[in-house]
Design a protein around this ligand. Structure first.
Ligand code: MN
Length: 474
């Protein structure tokens, strides 16, 4: 996938000088054991790096300043081995500008009743230290994550892993640059938004380009480059000629290959990791980019149609969070209302993300009713099954609002021979009537990002980090 730079997390262990050098050496050894075990578990997506013990205000402040300064450090995990007076944490915690996870764990799993004495209890008092530290984070309104449980448990490690993915996405949020090829689709409401506010709140840079800027890149793509990419398609997809001659079909597909090369080059030259197109704005282009867009989504670029830069940026954000697994731009189309089977058909006019495919996609060329251009090629497939979340972001004039609905996707069983686009089907929670009603009452859009890899909790964790209002429907 389109990568971000290498990331790591810092592990900061709280204690104090009161207990003497021997005790602190033991604290450090325990911290090293936990660090090594977490790193070797294979569960954490990013490495954890143990820092000097947090035993004074100066030490804590200098660690947190360093975290802010270093691009490779995505966040901090703290653990209170002993009692670490919270006033020592105020300055550093206030300065910290990256995600914080308080791991409420303890080195020993059980209380050793046969041997426990005052020395042992003074050294192993996470319950005491957790409360002192939790108080100051709450008072500072830190919006930190708290994970509770024994550090050897897989479910505890899983929670840390999921938070790490959110933290890296939060860091990446400030690097997201969206290239808009053309403006928003005329007359549409939900795709609009305040770009200055989006940059202040989420860090997103949103730049407009006239379609001619892209056409110039397309014109510079060589036949050799197109043939090489077309050969790549042959290995990855089924070729479906339909009613077209092989020659006409190939000609159409190669137009998309030239778009893929040109758009990728344009984005990479400008440092853009997301983009939008608009079928109303294609002057100088033969087709609406379809297959080209789908291939770029599969590589990790964020995308949304009709100039919807909010959803394109959100798509990129959630692709980073999910490691680009089963996550993509989506649009609500058609209800299934038969009793007991209520669900919603999801698709787009062309651009459905192949990271959601359950079967080998086929390349299909078919006319497009709108846009007034040549028949574009696109990948057609059925969406995979799984539980996940669908997210939409709307500008309500005074604030942005995120809608989160839990969904259960399922594979379609009935063929749709006349449908020339990919299809994804899902049921909404808690049930069709209440789920759809809540979505509509809260003003949720028709452009969304769906992920069968992420959890509601992860989306909420991000929303809290950026102070974004959210509504959960589950
Ligand atoms: Mn759309």
């Amino acid at each position: 996938m389109l990568t971000t730079e290498k990331k790591e997390f810092w592990f900061v262990v709280g204690s104090q000088h009161l207990y003497g050098g021997k005790a602190l050496a033991e604290v450090k050894a325990h911290a090293q054991t936990i660090t090594d075990a977490l790193n070797e578990s294979g569960i954490l997506p990013y490495p954890l790096v143990l820092q000097d013990l947090a035993v004074s205000a100066d030490k804590i402040t200098s660690i947190m300043k360093e975290v802010n300064y270093r691009n490779e450090v995505a966040g901090v995990i703290t653990w209170m081995h002993t009692f670490s007076p919270a006033k020592m944490w105020i300055r550093g915690t206030k300065l910290l500008q990256k995600p914080l996870l308080h791991l409420a764990t303890q080195f020993n799993e059980s209380i050793p009743w046969a041997t426990i004495d005052m020395d042992f209890m003074n050294l192993n008092q996470s319950a005491h230290g957790d409360r002192e530290y939790g108080f100051i984070n709450a008072r500072l309104k830190k919006q930190n994550k708290v994970v509770v449980g024994y550090w050897e448990r897989p479910e505890v490690r899983q929670q840390i892993a999921q938070w790490m993915d959110v933290a890296v996405a939060y860091n990446e949020s400030f690097n997201i640059k969206v290239a808009r090829f053309g403006d928003n689709m005329r007359n549409v409401g939900v795709t609009e938004g305040d770009k200055v506010e989006a940059q202040i709140q989420f860090g997103w840079t949103v730049d407009y380009f006239g379609i001619g800027d892209l056409v110039q890149y397309i014109n510079e793509v060589t036949d050799e480059e197109i043939d090489a990419l077309f050969a790549e398609y042959e290995g990855q997809y089924e070729f479906f000629y339909g009613t077209y001659s092989r020659e006409d079909w190939e000609k159409s597909v190669k137009v998309q290959a030239s778009y893929e090369i040109a758009i990728k080059r344009f984005l990479d030259d400008g440092g853009y990791t997301a983009f939008t197109t608009n079928f109303e704005d294609l002057y100088g282009m033969k087709q609406l980019p379809g297959l080209a867009v789908q291939r770029l989504m599969a590589q990790g670029y964020g995308f949304a149609g009709e100039g919807d830069w909010k959803t394109a940026a959100l798509d990129r954000l959630l692709k980073v969070m999910s490691h680009n697994q089963s996550t993509g731009f989506m649009e609500d189309y058609t209800y299934e209302l038969a009793a007991g089977q209520e669900s919603i058909l999801q698709s787009h006019m062309l651009e459905v993300d192949p990271s959601l495919a359950s079967n080998k996609p086929k390349i299909v060329v078919s006319p497009l009713g709108i846009g007034d251009r040549e028949d574009p090629a696109r990948l057609v497939f059925d969406g995979k099954a799984g539980d996940g979340v669908v997210v939409s972001m709307a500008d309500f004039g005074t604030n942005y609002k995120l809608l989160i609905n839990e969904v259960s996707a399922f594979e379609p069983t009935v063929p749709a021979p006349n449908l020339p686009v990919a299809r994804v089907l899902w049921e909404v929670k808690p049930n069709f009537q209440d789920g759809v009603k809540a979505w509509l009452e809260n003003g949720g859009g028709h452009h969304t990002v769906v992920s069968l890899n992420l959890t509601t909790d992860q989306i909420i964790t991000y929303a809290k980090l950026v102070g974004l209002e959210y509504v959960v429907i589950k």
